[in-house]
Design a protein around this ligand. Sequence first.
Ligand SMILES: Nc1ncnc2c1ncn2[C@@H]1O[C@H](COP(=O)(O)OP(=O)(O)OP(=O)(O)O)[C@@H](O)[C@H]1O
Ligand SMILES: [Mg+2]
Length: 414
Amino acid sequence: MSPRFQPDDKLYKQRNTLKVEYVPDNIVGRDNEIEEYEAALQPVINGEYPDNIFIYGKTGVGKTAVTNFLLNELEESAEHFDVDISVITVNCDGLSTSYQAAISLVNKLRSPENHIAETGHPQSKVYRLLWDELNTLSGTVIVVLDEIDHLTDDTFLYQITRADNNGYIDNIQLGLIGISNDSTFREQLDAKVQSSLCETEISFPPYGADELQKVLEQRAKIAFHPEALDEGVIPLCAALGRQDGGDARRAITLLRKAGDLARTENAETVTTNHVERAQEKLEAQQSMDIMRNLTEHEQLTLYALTTLAAEEATPARSRVVYQRYKKLCEFRGRDPRTARRMRSFLSDFEILNLTVSRKEHLGQDGGTYREHELTRDIATVVDALQTPISEFGAHQSIIEYLPDSGEEFSTLKD
Ligand SMILES: Nc1ncnc2c1ncn2[C@@H]1O[C@H](COP(=O)(O)OP(=O)(O)OP(=O)(O)O)[C@@H](O)[C@H]1O
Ligand SMILES: [Mg+2]
Protein backbone atom coordinates (compact mmCIF):
# COMPACT_ATOMS: atom_id res chain seq x y z
CA MET A 1 0.00 0.00 0.00
CA SER A 2 1.33 3.41 -0.82
CA PRO A 3 1.70 5.86 2.06
CA ARG A 4 -1.35 8.00 2.77
CA PHE A 5 0.60 11.28 2.67
CA GLN A 6 2.62 11.88 -0.44
CA PRO A 7 4.89 14.80 -1.14
CA ASP A 8 3.23 16.99 -3.68
CA ASP A 9 4.57 20.17 -5.15
CA LYS A 10 2.79 20.53 -8.44
CA LEU A 11 1.59 24.05 -7.67
CA TYR A 12 3.76 25.34 -4.85
CA LYS A 13 7.45 25.99 -5.08
CA GLN A 14 7.76 27.39 -1.53
CA ARG A 15 4.43 27.54 0.26
CA ASN A 16 6.13 28.83 3.42
CA THR A 17 6.64 32.19 1.83
CA LEU A 18 2.86 32.71 2.03
CA LYS A 19 2.79 32.18 5.77
CA VAL A 20 2.47 35.16 8.08
CA GLU A 21 5.87 34.54 9.64
CA TYR A 22 7.73 34.90 6.36
CA VAL A 23 9.80 38.09 6.06
CA PRO A 24 10.06 39.37 2.47
CA ASP A 25 13.50 40.51 1.23
CA ASN A 26 11.99 43.38 -0.57
CA ILE A 27 9.11 45.78 -0.08
CA VAL A 28 6.92 46.84 -2.95
CA GLY A 29 4.12 49.40 -3.18
CA ARG A 30 5.14 51.56 -0.18
CA ASP A 31 7.42 54.04 -1.92
CA ASN A 32 6.05 57.22 -0.31
CA GLU A 33 6.09 55.80 3.18
CA ILE A 34 9.60 54.43 2.70
CA GLU A 35 10.78 57.82 1.50
CA GLU A 36 9.41 59.58 4.58
CA TYR A 37 10.73 56.89 6.88
CA GLU A 38 14.17 57.04 5.30
CA ALA A 39 14.30 60.79 5.75
CA ALA A 40 13.41 60.37 9.41
CA LEU A 41 16.24 57.85 9.89
CA GLN A 42 18.83 59.83 7.94
CA PRO A 43 20.21 61.68 11.03
CA VAL A 44 21.38 58.32 12.37
CA ILE A 45 23.89 57.88 9.56
CA ASN A 46 25.03 61.48 9.96
CA GLY A 47 25.78 60.73 13.59
CA GLU A 48 23.11 63.24 14.65
CA TYR A 49 20.54 62.81 17.39
CA PRO A 50 17.59 60.99 15.79
CA ASP A 51 13.98 62.12 16.05
CA ASN A 52 11.55 59.77 17.66
CA ILE A 53 9.21 58.27 15.08
CA PHE A 54 5.60 57.24 15.43
CA ILE A 55 4.19 54.90 12.77
CA TYR A 56 0.48 54.26 12.58
CA GLY A 57 -1.97 52.56 10.26
CA LYS A 58 -4.47 49.72 10.21
CA THR A 59 -3.52 46.07 10.46
CA GLY A 60 -1.59 44.46 7.60
CA VAL A 61 -0.47 47.67 5.90
CA GLY A 62 3.24 46.92 6.14
CA LYS A 63 4.24 48.85 9.28
CA THR A 64 6.31 46.02 10.73
CA ALA A 65 7.58 44.77 7.37
CA VAL A 66 8.78 48.22 6.26
CA THR A 67 10.33 48.92 9.67
CA ASN A 68 12.29 45.66 9.65
CA PHE A 69 13.37 46.23 6.08
CA LEU A 70 14.59 49.79 6.67
CA LEU A 71 16.33 49.03 9.93
CA ASN A 72 18.22 46.19 8.24
CA GLU A 73 19.27 48.58 5.53
CA LEU A 74 20.23 51.13 8.16
CA GLU A 75 22.41 48.63 9.98
CA GLU A 76 24.13 47.69 6.74
CA SER A 77 24.73 51.31 5.82
CA ALA A 78 26.02 52.03 9.32
CA GLU A 79 28.48 49.21 9.02
CA HIS A 80 29.60 50.52 5.68
CA PHE A 81 30.22 54.03 7.00
CA ASP A 82 31.48 52.77 10.34
CA VAL A 83 28.71 54.41 12.35
CA ASP A 84 28.02 52.95 15.77
CA ILE A 85 24.36 51.93 16.05
CA SER A 86 22.31 49.30 17.88
CA VAL A 87 18.73 48.37 17.13
CA ILE A 88 16.53 46.70 19.74
CA THR A 89 12.97 45.63 18.99
CA VAL A 90 10.33 44.89 21.59
CA ASN A 91 6.95 43.62 20.52
CA CYS A 92 4.45 44.80 23.11
CA ASP A 93 1.87 42.18 22.11
CA GLY A 94 1.41 40.13 25.26
CA LEU A 95 2.86 42.85 27.47
CA SER A 96 0.26 45.06 28.99
CA THR A 97 1.91 47.16 31.67
CA SER A 98 4.83 49.54 31.60
CA TYR A 99 6.51 47.35 34.17
CA GLN A 100 6.45 44.36 31.83
CA ALA A 101 7.67 46.46 28.92
CA ALA A 102 10.61 47.80 30.93
CA ILE A 103 11.61 44.29 32.04
CA SER A 104 11.28 43.00 28.52
CA LEU A 105 13.61 45.72 27.25
CA VAL A 106 16.14 45.03 30.02
CA ASN A 107 16.17 41.38 29.01
CA LYS A 108 16.57 42.24 25.33
CA LEU A 109 19.68 44.15 26.31
CA ARG A 110 21.06 41.32 28.43
CA SER A 111 22.40 37.96 27.40
CA PRO A 112 19.97 35.08 28.12
CA GLU A 113 21.89 33.81 31.15
CA ASN A 114 21.58 37.23 32.79
CA HIS A 115 17.85 37.71 32.23
CA ILE A 116 15.90 39.03 35.18
CA ALA A 117 12.63 37.50 36.39
CA GLU A 118 9.43 38.94 34.93
CA THR A 119 7.99 39.79 38.33
CA GLY A 120 8.98 40.69 41.85
CA HIS A 121 11.26 43.72 41.40
CA PRO A 122 10.52 47.17 42.74
CA GLN A 123 9.73 49.45 39.81
CA SER A 124 12.58 51.83 40.55
CA LYS A 125 15.05 48.97 40.36
CA VAL A 126 13.78 47.89 36.95
CA TYR A 127 14.35 51.38 35.53
CA ARG A 128 17.78 51.59 37.15
CA LEU A 129 18.71 48.31 35.48
CA LEU A 130 17.37 49.63 32.21
CA TRP A 131 19.49 52.81 32.33
CA ASP A 132 22.52 50.73 33.34
CA GLU A 133 22.08 48.46 30.35
CA LEU A 134 21.55 51.33 27.94
CA ASN A 135 24.64 53.08 29.31
CA THR A 136 26.82 50.09 28.43
CA LEU A 137 26.07 50.86 24.78
CA SER A 138 27.48 53.66 22.70
CA GLY A 139 26.59 55.64 19.60
CA THR A 140 22.97 55.66 18.48
CA VAL A 141 20.52 53.23 20.03
CA ILE A 142 17.20 52.71 18.33
CA VAL A 143 14.46 51.10 20.37
CA VAL A 144 11.49 49.87 18.36
CA LEU A 145 8.27 49.38 20.31
CA ASP A 146 5.98 47.46 17.98
CA GLU A 147 2.26 47.14 18.78
CA ILE A 148 2.81 49.86 21.36
CA ASP A 149 -0.98 50.27 21.80
CA HIS A 150 -0.99 47.08 23.88
CA LEU A 151 0.54 49.07 26.73
CA THR A 152 -2.25 50.18 29.02
CA ASP A 153 -0.31 52.88 30.89
CA ASP A 154 2.33 55.29 29.71
CA THR A 155 4.82 55.28 32.61
CA PHE A 156 7.35 53.38 30.53
CA LEU A 157 6.99 55.76 27.61
CA TYR A 158 7.20 58.71 29.99
CA GLN A 159 10.38 57.36 31.55
CA ILE A 160 12.12 56.43 28.36
CA THR A 161 11.28 59.59 26.44
CA ARG A 162 12.65 61.68 29.30
CA ALA A 163 15.64 59.51 30.22
CA ASP A 164 18.11 61.80 28.48
CA ASN A 165 16.67 65.04 29.88
CA ASN A 166 16.62 63.52 33.32
CA GLY A 167 20.26 62.57 33.03
CA TYR A 168 19.65 58.82 33.33
CA ILE A 169 21.48 58.03 30.14
CA ASP A 170 24.61 59.78 28.99
CA ASN A 171 26.72 57.75 26.65
CA ILE A 172 24.17 57.24 23.90
CA GLN A 173 21.80 58.98 21.53
CA LEU A 174 18.46 57.26 21.99
CA GLY A 175 15.84 57.14 19.22
CA LEU A 176 12.43 55.56 19.71
CA ILE A 177 10.17 54.11 17.06
CA GLY A 178 6.61 53.44 18.21
CA ILE A 179 4.28 51.43 15.97
CA SER A 180 0.53 51.32 16.48
CA ASN A 181 -2.54 50.12 14.62
CA ASP A 182 -4.87 51.95 16.94
CA SER A 183 -5.39 55.47 15.68
CA THR A 184 -6.71 56.65 19.06
CA PHE A 185 -3.61 55.53 20.95
CA ARG A 186 -1.68 58.73 20.38
CA GLU A 187 -4.51 60.92 21.68
CA GLN A 188 -4.65 58.96 24.91
CA LEU A 189 -1.01 59.63 25.74
CA ASP A 190 0.13 62.16 28.30
CA ALA A 191 0.79 65.42 26.42
CA LYS A 192 4.53 65.37 27.11
CA VAL A 193 4.90 61.77 26.02
CA GLN A 194 2.87 62.49 22.92
CA SER A 195 4.93 65.45 21.77
CA SER A 196 8.15 63.58 22.41
CA LEU A 197 7.25 60.18 20.96
CA CYS A 198 5.50 61.65 17.94
CA GLU A 199 8.23 64.07 16.81
CA THR A 200 7.90 62.56 13.36
CA GLU A 201 4.70 60.79 12.43
CA ILE A 202 4.25 58.58 9.43
CA SER A 203 0.87 57.26 8.49
CA PHE A 204 0.50 54.02 6.54
CA PRO A 205 -2.78 54.07 4.62
CA PRO A 206 -4.56 50.85 3.60
CA TYR A 207 -3.22 49.33 0.39
CA GLY A 208 -4.99 50.04 -2.87
CA ALA A 209 -5.71 47.21 -5.31
CA ASP A 210 -2.66 48.10 -7.46
CA GLU A 211 -0.33 48.00 -4.49
CA LEU A 212 -1.79 44.72 -3.26
CA GLN A 213 -1.31 43.34 -6.73
CA LYS A 214 2.40 44.20 -6.57
CA VAL A 215 2.77 42.62 -3.14
CA LEU A 216 0.96 39.47 -4.30
CA GLU A 217 2.91 39.22 -7.56
CA GLN A 218 6.19 39.46 -5.72
CA ARG A 219 5.13 36.79 -3.26
CA ALA A 220 3.53 34.49 -5.84
CA LYS A 221 6.75 34.45 -7.85
CA ILE A 222 8.60 32.76 -5.01
CA ALA A 223 5.71 30.73 -3.65
CA PHE A 224 4.31 29.09 -6.80
CA HIS A 225 5.73 27.43 -9.88
CA PRO A 226 5.51 29.51 -13.03
CA GLU A 227 2.13 28.95 -14.74
CA ALA A 228 0.56 27.63 -11.53
CA LEU A 229 -1.81 30.59 -11.25
CA ASP A 230 -4.49 31.42 -13.79
CA GLU A 231 -4.33 34.92 -15.11
CA GLY A 232 -7.17 36.44 -13.10
CA VAL A 233 -6.11 35.02 -9.73
CA ILE A 234 -3.85 37.79 -8.47
CA PRO A 235 -6.06 40.67 -9.66
CA LEU A 236 -9.02 39.05 -7.92
CA CYS A 237 -7.12 38.51 -4.66
CA ALA A 238 -6.00 42.14 -4.85
CA ALA A 239 -9.52 43.45 -5.52
CA LEU A 240 -10.99 41.42 -2.67
CA GLY A 241 -8.11 42.46 -0.42
CA ARG A 242 -8.83 46.10 -1.20
CA GLN A 243 -12.48 45.61 -0.23
CA ASP A 244 -11.43 43.95 3.01
CA GLY A 245 -9.55 46.96 4.27
CA GLY A 246 -6.41 46.97 2.13
CA ASP A 247 -4.73 44.46 4.43
CA ALA A 248 -1.76 42.70 2.77
CA ARG A 249 -1.71 39.95 5.37
CA ARG A 250 -5.25 38.99 4.53
CA ALA A 251 -4.68 39.20 0.77
CA ILE A 252 -1.66 36.89 1.05
CA THR A 253 -3.64 34.49 3.23
CA LEU A 254 -6.41 34.46 0.63
CA LEU A 255 -3.91 33.49 -2.07
CA ARG A 256 -2.56 30.70 0.13
CA LYS A 257 -6.06 29.40 0.90
CA ALA A 258 -6.91 29.42 -2.80
CA GLY A 259 -3.66 27.53 -3.50
CA ASP A 260 -4.46 24.99 -0.79
CA LEU A 261 -7.93 24.44 -2.18
CA ALA A 262 -6.51 23.88 -5.67
CA ARG A 263 -3.95 21.47 -4.27
CA THR A 264 -6.56 19.51 -2.31
CA GLU A 265 -8.62 19.19 -5.46
CA ASN A 266 -5.58 18.13 -7.44
CA ALA A 267 -6.17 20.97 -9.88
CA GLU A 268 -3.69 21.77 -12.65
CA THR A 269 -3.78 25.47 -11.82
CA VAL A 270 -5.22 27.82 -9.21
CA THR A 271 -8.31 29.45 -10.70
CA THR A 272 -10.46 32.46 -9.82
CA ASN A 273 -13.07 30.00 -8.67
CA HIS A 274 -10.65 28.71 -6.05
CA VAL A 275 -10.13 32.29 -4.92
CA GLU A 276 -13.87 32.91 -4.67
CA ARG A 277 -14.41 29.82 -2.57
CA ALA A 278 -11.38 30.58 -0.39
CA GLN A 279 -12.79 34.06 0.18
CA GLU A 280 -16.13 32.60 1.27
CA LYS A 281 -14.37 30.36 3.74
CA LEU A 282 -12.28 33.19 5.13
CA GLU A 283 -15.34 35.38 5.50
CA ALA A 284 -17.26 32.61 7.24
CA GLN A 285 -14.36 32.08 9.62
CA GLN A 286 -14.11 35.78 10.34
CA SER A 287 -17.79 36.23 11.03
CA MET A 288 -17.69 33.13 13.22
CA ASP A 289 -15.01 34.80 15.34
CA ILE A 290 -16.97 38.04 15.42
CA MET A 291 -20.22 36.34 16.48
CA ARG A 292 -18.49 34.36 19.22
CA ASN A 293 -17.03 37.54 20.64
CA LEU A 294 -20.23 39.58 20.80
CA THR A 295 -21.55 40.57 24.23
CA GLU A 296 -24.39 38.55 25.69
CA HIS A 297 -27.15 40.96 24.69
CA GLU A 298 -25.71 41.39 21.23
CA GLN A 299 -25.71 37.62 20.88
CA LEU A 300 -29.30 37.46 22.10
CA THR A 301 -30.31 40.05 19.51
CA LEU A 302 -28.63 38.02 16.81
CA TYR A 303 -30.26 34.89 18.21
CA ALA A 304 -33.67 36.55 17.99
CA LEU A 305 -33.09 37.48 14.36
CA THR A 306 -31.89 33.94 13.64
CA THR A 307 -35.09 32.39 14.99
CA LEU A 308 -37.06 34.71 12.73
CA ALA A 309 -34.89 33.68 9.78
CA ALA A 310 -35.55 30.02 10.62
CA GLU A 311 -39.28 30.78 10.52
CA GLU A 312 -38.78 32.45 7.15
CA ALA A 313 -39.97 35.67 8.72
CA THR A 314 -37.02 37.77 7.58
CA PRO A 315 -36.44 40.49 6.52
CA ALA A 316 -37.91 41.39 9.90
CA ARG A 317 -38.71 44.80 11.32
CA SER A 318 -36.70 46.02 14.31
CA ARG A 319 -39.89 45.99 16.37
CA VAL A 320 -40.46 42.30 15.63
CA VAL A 321 -36.85 41.44 16.42
CA TYR A 322 -37.22 43.29 19.69
CA GLN A 323 -40.31 41.28 20.68
CA ARG A 324 -38.46 38.04 20.08
CA TYR A 325 -35.35 39.31 21.87
CA LYS A 326 -37.45 40.24 24.90
CA LYS A 327 -38.94 36.76 24.98
CA LEU A 328 -35.49 35.19 24.97
CA CYS A 329 -34.37 37.43 27.83
CA GLU A 330 -37.49 36.85 29.87
CA PHE A 331 -37.20 33.11 29.54
CA ARG A 332 -34.24 33.24 31.91
CA GLY A 333 -35.60 36.17 33.89
CA ARG A 334 -33.04 38.57 32.43
CA ASP A 335 -33.83 42.25 31.95
CA PRO A 336 -33.83 43.16 28.28
CA ARG A 337 -31.97 46.26 27.08
CA THR A 338 -34.11 49.08 25.71
CA ALA A 339 -35.47 48.84 22.18
CA ARG A 340 -33.23 51.69 21.21
CA ARG A 341 -30.15 49.92 22.52
CA MET A 342 -31.11 46.76 20.67
CA ARG A 343 -31.53 48.74 17.46
CA SER A 344 -28.00 50.00 17.89
CA PHE A 345 -26.85 46.36 18.09
CA LEU A 346 -28.64 45.72 14.83
CA SER A 347 -26.87 48.59 13.12
CA ASP A 348 -23.53 47.35 14.45
CA PHE A 349 -24.26 43.94 12.94
CA GLU A 350 -24.62 45.56 9.59
CA ILE A 351 -21.22 47.22 9.92
CA LEU A 352 -19.76 43.86 10.90
CA ASN A 353 -21.31 42.33 7.81
CA LEU A 354 -23.45 39.88 9.78
CA THR A 355 -26.73 41.34 8.56
CA VAL A 356 -28.12 43.67 5.94
CA SER A 357 -30.97 46.07 6.47
CA ARG A 358 -33.24 48.19 4.33
CA LYS A 359 -35.18 51.28 5.17
CA GLU A 360 -38.85 50.97 4.25
CA HIS A 361 -41.41 53.73 3.99
CA LEU A 362 -44.86 53.58 5.52
CA GLY A 363 -47.42 54.80 2.99
CA GLN A 364 -48.31 58.47 2.80
CA ASP A 365 -47.78 59.57 6.37
CA GLY A 366 -44.08 59.27 5.69
CA GLY A 367 -42.90 57.11 8.59
CA THR A 368 -39.98 54.76 8.05
CA TYR A 369 -38.87 51.50 9.57
CA ARG A 370 -35.96 49.13 9.13
CA GLU A 371 -36.00 45.52 8.10
CA HIS A 372 -33.11 43.18 8.84
CA GLU A 373 -31.88 39.85 7.61
CA LEU A 374 -28.86 37.62 8.13
CA THR A 375 -26.03 37.49 5.62
CA ARG A 376 -24.74 34.17 7.03
CA ASP A 377 -26.64 30.94 6.83
CA ILE A 378 -28.70 29.89 9.81
CA ALA A 379 -26.60 26.80 10.60
CA THR A 380 -23.43 28.90 10.81
CA VAL A 381 -25.01 31.45 13.13
CA VAL A 382 -26.53 28.74 15.32
CA ASP A 383 -23.12 27.12 15.52
CA ALA A 384 -21.52 30.41 16.59
CA LEU A 385 -24.26 31.06 19.18
CA GLN A 386 -23.88 27.75 21.05
CA THR A 387 -23.23 29.49 24.36
CA PRO A 388 -26.33 31.71 24.54
CA ILE A 389 -28.47 28.94 23.05
CA SER A 390 -27.47 26.47 25.73
CA GLU A 391 -27.90 29.08 28.41
CA PHE A 392 -31.13 30.68 27.27
CA GLY A 393 -32.75 27.65 25.70
CA ALA A 394 -33.16 26.48 22.15
CA HIS A 395 -36.03 28.16 20.39
CA GLN A 396 -38.18 25.61 18.56
CA SER A 397 -37.48 27.22 15.20
CA ILE A 398 -33.78 26.34 15.33
CA ILE A 399 -33.94 22.82 16.78
CA GLU A 400 -33.23 21.27 13.41
CA TYR A 401 -29.99 23.26 13.17
CA LEU A 402 -28.59 22.02 16.45
CA PRO A 403 -25.78 19.49 16.30
CA ASP A 404 -27.42 16.67 18.26
CA SER A 405 -31.20 16.64 18.38
CA GLY A 406 -30.97 19.47 20.91
CA GLU A 407 -31.58 17.25 23.89
CA GLU A 408 -29.19 19.06 26.13
CA PHE A 409 -30.95 22.33 25.47
CA SER A 410 -34.24 23.35 26.88
CA THR A 411 -36.86 24.30 24.37
CA LEU A 412 -38.25 27.74 24.32
CA LYS A 413 -41.62 28.17 22.68
CA ASP A 414 -42.20 31.29 20.61
N1 LIG B 1 4.79 46.27 0.84
C1 LIG B 1 4.91 44.99 1.13
N2 LIG B 1 5.69 44.19 0.39
C2 LIG B 1 5.77 42.88 0.68
N3 LIG B 1 5.13 42.28 1.69
C3 LIG B 1 4.33 43.03 2.46
C4 LIG B 1 4.19 44.41 2.22
N4 LIG B 1 3.33 44.93 3.12
C5 LIG B 1 2.95 43.91 3.90
N5 LIG B 1 3.54 42.77 3.53
C6 LIG B 1 3.33 41.47 4.15
O1 LIG B 1 2.01 41.46 4.67
C7 LIG B 1 1.97 40.98 6.01
C8 LIG B 1 1.47 42.06 6.94
O2 LIG B 1 2.38 43.16 6.98
P1 LIG B 1 2.91 43.77 8.36
O3 LIG B 1 3.16 42.67 9.32
O4 LIG B 1 4.02 44.67 8.06
O5 LIG B 1 1.61 44.56 8.79
P2 LIG B 1 1.44 45.61 10.00
O6 LIG B 1 1.09 46.90 9.39
O7 LIG B 1 2.64 45.54 10.89
O8 LIG B 1 0.16 45.02 10.70
P3 LIG B 1 -0.21 44.91 12.28
O9 LIG B 1 -0.71 46.25 12.68
O10 LIG B 1 -1.30 43.89 12.30
O11 LIG B 1 1.03 44.48 13.00
C9 LIG B 1 3.37 40.51 6.30
O12 LIG B 1 3.43 39.13 6.05
C10 LIG B 1 4.23 41.27 5.34
O13 LIG B 1 5.36 40.52 5.01
MG1 LIG C 1 2.95 44.76 12.80
